[in-house]
Design a binder for this molecule. Structure first.
Ligand code: GLC
Length: 534
């Protein structure tokens, strides 16, 4: 059997540096903070870290607006800290990937300052300039064209007005950005998470987007606000760029590249190329962020993922991030369901990506839009909150970015400051690492055990997947296998117990004490689950 590349069999933990651990008491998480908590992540058992941006930035979008890609925001630390972090991660046999924002810079970037000051000279078309806007709309809504007085023209910004899009049709721009990528690969980064990768190219002729009936963009369809986003998103040139990006990474060996993209699976899989070696190595397929907690939903999800991402591709399973609801909030705070969800995520065929705090079941905070630090809610503060809640939309992303809850002490052990950059969630007294460490059945310890099994059982990392038939309606079952090595996973998505026959040689994991197997019959209690070796 040939072994898969590491980036197809790893487990990923996402750290939002601002909220992970504050080492110097200024109320903001930092790189030394991550270093101090590396033992925690290692003991938990993740193999790869993805760190959200810590580069120089005015922090208008908390690091997704970068003013210098090769220096570090002082509140996070220094270049020495980054080098130390890379070394320490590698010393532990783990990998580290950075967050690369290719589509846009901050308006504070020197390239933009130069480009917006004159229509002539070297920098004149480093960004996307027009005398007159067309009908294109930005991701958060409203025209994405903004007037720059000094130059007397409009620039295009796919996201917020202070995040101008670079012009990749200018070969110098592409070169400069790929140089940024090489800079971090030279420093030892094991790859990148790629911010809104599918927006990089826009129509060269600036044709108006056609009308659409769709009101809001969704994970499966970036069209919205009554516009079909055909000239602004998922252009063939962006698929081609994925190939170029991969070539640069390949110069450095096996490097992970995971695209933040949106659109139907059959569209976004084009970012992976055709043969597993001529595109990005992974893409997020965000439809599953809106999961329904039923066996049927996850069965269909597996079918879909297996169809879209067969070998040599690999699906990604993700249920929350720094922009979306936390999975525990979606599950109504039911820890039994959270344990089952993560058991699914860590045993199905695919790379699991888990956002910090998910392992202890952190939930979304509720903050008023008017005082939000995130710029998005300010656009919508005139619409009553219940409208967004009813639509299940996270508008105020502060709510999913509250500090990590380490213990029941001051600021949940996140910081010694008088005030933290965002308030700690008020449930930190009972939801925190210290409390959960002591409880064998906690979500934290469940995830730790499952990660341990994932590292031990090569079948879980690399095996093919087959859905099992003839199970009770509430039960999802699948078998992972390589040659004659087989492992079956059986998960009960119902609050009532269920019994059925199942074959196996040995039970290697029970999610709940009421999950049993007597060599013939499986009994799963409420949200119970079991792993059988065949
Ligand atoms: C991505 C990031 C988000 C950021 C946006 C603009 O969606 O995940 O946090 O605001 O891109 O860079």
């Amino acid at each position: 059997m040939t072994s898969l590349p590491w980036f197809h069999k790893t487990t990923i933990y996402q750290i939002y540096p601002r909220s992970f651990y504050d080492s110097n008491g200024d109320g903001i998480g930092d790189l030394q903070g991550i270093l101090q908590k590396l033992d925690y992540v290692q003991r938990l058992g993740f193999e790869t870290l993805w760190i959200s941006p810590f580069f120089a930035s005015p922090q208008a979008d908390f690091g997704y607006d970068i003013s210098d890609y090769t220096s570090i925001a002082p509140e996070y630390g220094t270049m020495e800290d980054v080098i130390q972090l890379i070394e320490q991660v590698h010393r532990r046999g783990m990998k580290i990937v950075f967050d690369m924002v290719l589509n846009h810079t901050s308006i504070e970037h020197t390239w933009f300052k130069k480009s917006s000051s004159s229509r002539e000279g070297t920098w004149m078309d480093w960004y996307i300039w027009r005398d007159r806007p067309n009908n294109w709309l930005s991701v958060p809504g409203g025209s994405g064209w903004h007037y720059a007085k000094e130059r007397g023209q409009y620039f295009w910004a796919s996201f917020l007005p202070f995040q101008p899009d670079l012009n990749y049709r200018n070969p110098q721009v592409k070169q400069a950005k790929l140089d940024n990528v090489r800079f971090w690969l030279d420093k030892g980064s094991d790859g990148f998470r790629l911010d809104i990768f599918n927006y990089i190219y826009k129509d060269a002729e600036f044709r108006d987007n056609p009308f659409s009936f769709s009101l809001l963009p969704t994970e499966d369809d970036p069209s919205g606000f009554f516009q079909q986003a055909i000239y602004t998103v998922n252009l063939p040139e962006s698929f081609e760029f994925a190939r170029e990006f991969r070539n640069v990474c390949d110069e450095y060996g096996e490097k992970l590249s995971i695209g933040e993209v949106s659109g139907g699976s059959s569209t976004i899989r084009k970012f992976l190329g055709e043969n597993g070696s001529n595109g990005l190595t992974l893409v997020f397929d965000f439809g599953m962020l809106n999961f329904k907690f039923t066996a049927d939903y996850f069965r269909d999800l597996i079918r879909d993922m297996e169809m879209q991402y067969p070998d040599p591709f690999m699906p990604v399973y993700v249920f929350s991030n720094h922009d979306r609801r936390r999975s525990m909030s979606r599950l109504g705070g039911d820890v039994r369901k959270a344990r089952l969800l993560h058991m699914f995520q860590l045993t199905v065929r695919g790379v699991p990506v888990i956002y910090y705090g998910e392992e202890i079941g952190m939930t979304d905070a509720k903050f008023p839009f008017g005082t939000a630090l995130d710029p998005i809610p300010h656009k919508y503060k005139f619409i009553p909150r219940f409208v967004f809640d009813a639509l299940g939309l996270t508008i105020n992303r502060d709510e999913v970015r509250t500090p990590m809850q380490w213990n029941g002490g001051r600021n949940a052990g996140f910081s010694s400051a008088n005030q933290t950059w965002l308030a700690v969630h008020n449930n930190y007294g009972s939801t925190n690492v210290e409390v959960e460490e002591q409880d064998n059945n906690s979500l934290l310890n469940t995830i730790r055990s499952l990660l341990e099994i994932h590292r031990r059982e090569i079948v879980l990392q690399q095996g093919s997947l087959e859905l099992m038939d003839n199970l009770p309606e509430s039960v999802l079952g699948y078998t992972r296998s390589i040659g004659n090595k087989k492992i079956s996973i059986l998960l009960n998505f119902d609050g009532r117990e269920t019994k059925f026959d199942a074959q196996g040689k040995k039970c290697i994991f029970k999610l709940t004490s009421g999950s049993q197997w007597n060599g013939k019959t499986v009994r799963l209690d409420a949200y119970g689950a079991i792993i059988l070796k065949q």
